[in-house]
Design a protein around this ligand. Structure first.
Ligand code: FES
Length: 105
């Protein structure tokens, strides 16, 4: 995982439990309670969704739950803001195409 474990101002990161979740069918690991978007970023995932009309990729933009660029399908529910949703063991996370999991033709 690619993470800052010791920060010059904030100090050391507190110990957190490692959990597993699936991202588009792949098993990944993250830290329990961290935002889903942070776990994905640590695993190198930058694209969370594609826009409906122009099929353009989107990822984390505001990181505070205001813009919807980071929405994904989480446990079967679309439009979940992953930058403010805590990661839990066994979550299923999928790339969102428009408002669904699969690209529309
Ligand atoms: S990045 Fe803006 S709502 Fe998540």
């Amino acid at each position: 995982m690619d993470r800052i474990m010791e920060h010059p101002i904030l100090g050391e990161s507190p110990e957190k439990k490692i959990v597993t979740f699936t991202y588009d069918g792949k098993t990944l690991e993250g830290l329990e309670g961290e935002p889903i978007a942070v776990a994905l970023r640590a695993a190198g995932v930058m694209v969370h969704r594609y826009t409906k009309k122009r099929h353009e990729p989107r990822g984390v933009f505001c990181a505070i739950g205001r813009c919807t660029d980071c929405v994904m399908i989480v446990n079967g529910k679309p439009n979940v803001r992953t930058c403010i949703t805590p990661l839990e063991e066994g979550m299923t996370v999928q790339t969102q195409y428009g408002v669904t999991a699969k690209e529309e033709q």
